[in-house]
Design a protein around this ligand. Structure first.
Ligand SMILES: [Zn+2]
Ligand SMILES: [Zn+2]
Ligand SMILES: [Zn+2]
Length: 318
């Protein structure tokens, strides 16, 4: 009986290894001085999601799936000894610790934070910089005008401004900020439910390579830019994959528009394999089956050439 179980385990391990042969090593580099690391992949509310009793989150409580941190990218430049975050998520404690332990310990918690917009998964991590937490000193926070005004005018964020826990750095749409030699960041406005702030995606340009990060957008066709051209212009594209397909939620999904994964793959179906390979889906809702470590839907999308961002994945820019 024991032998059968053991053999079963070996088969299971081998099967799992073969189902995603490229996933963990894609774009990994050991000799890079300048790279992006994925620090989180879940939609704003994380995984598991509060009050979810469905099988998606039950799989976490049953020990079948690990917790997934909220969508976030880290940017590391070892030459200048600096590191930046793209979005301040509710998981900023773990995410800054991962940066420090596994990537760069430069005696700063972070050298700058670029915010995309004022939805809970993207900025509320700022609260840990304030008086009740680390009482940080002038951490540069890069914001678009409405986002900046929102932080100034509304507590508890206004206290971070008043106490100089954060130092506001103003951004303009499509206007490039040079954060270090060979490292540039450009915010690009995207259509989204802009209740409190505008929403941007970011283009990150390194020494030799570049990336596009759009964790939230309503739909590709309502954008004034062509996503196919934008993906072709970069080396890596981290794109909103909140929902896999229509009908995934019981509520009216047109009220919370996002490009379905299936819509994005259809849009890119006639593009080259090189273009498809650039796309790394991110920002998965708990109901999206591709948030799971392994899922047949994920395998079939990967066979088409698309990829799924996973915590710890590195993408070199030099
Ligand atoms: Zn979001
Ligand atoms: Zn769930
Ligand atoms: Zn949002």
């Amino acid at each position: 009986m024991k032998t059968i179980r053991f053999l079963g385990l070996i088969i299971l391990v081998l099967f799992n290894c073969n189902s995603n042969p490229k996933e963990t090593n894609t774009n990994e580099t050991n000799n890079s001085n300048q790279y992006i690391v994925v620090l989180g992949i879940a939609q704003d509310a994380g995984f598991p999601q509060i009050n979810c009793n469905k099988s998606c989150c039950q799989s976490y409580y049953d020990g079948m799936e690990s917790k997934k941190l909220v969508s976030c990218l880290g940017l590391i430049d070892l030459e200048s000894n600096q590191k930046w975050l793209f979005d301040a998520t509710p998981d900023i404690i773990e995410q800054t610790q991962i940066l420090k332990e596994r990537h760069l310990d430069n005696n700063h918690i972070i050298d700058g934070i670029f915010l995309t917009h004022a939805h809970i998964g993207h900025y509320t991590g700022l609260m840990y910089l304030g008086l009740e937490a680390m009482n940080a000193n002038k951490i540069p926070v890069y914001t678009m005008p409405r986002m900046e005004k929102y932080l100034i005018d509304n507590g508890p964020w206004s206290q971070l401004v008043k106490n100089n826990n954060i130092e506001r750095v103003s951004l303009d749409n499509d206007s490039t900020v040079i954060i270090h030699n060979n490292l540039k960041v450009t915010p690009i406005l995207v259509p989204h439910r802009d209740e409190y702030s505008e929403t941007v995606g970011y283009k990150i340009e390194g020494k030799n390579k570049s990336a596009l990060f759009i964790p939230d957008i309503d739909k590709w066709h309502v954008w004034d830019r062509n996503i196919i051209d934008e993906v072709k212009n970069v080396d890596y594209a981290f794109l909103d994959a909140s929902f896999f397909k229509d009908g995934e939620l019981k509520r009216d999904m047109s009220k919370i528009p996002h490009p379905f994964t299936t819509e994005t793959t259809t849009l890119f179906q006639n593009e080259s394999i090189e273009t498809k390979n650039k796309i790394h889906f991110i920002h998965y809702n708990h109901t999206n089956p591709t948030i799971k470590e392994n899922h047949p839907f994920k395998d079939s999308i990967q066979k088409l050439g698309f990829r799924f961002a996973k915590e710890g994945m590195k993408f070199f820019l030099d």
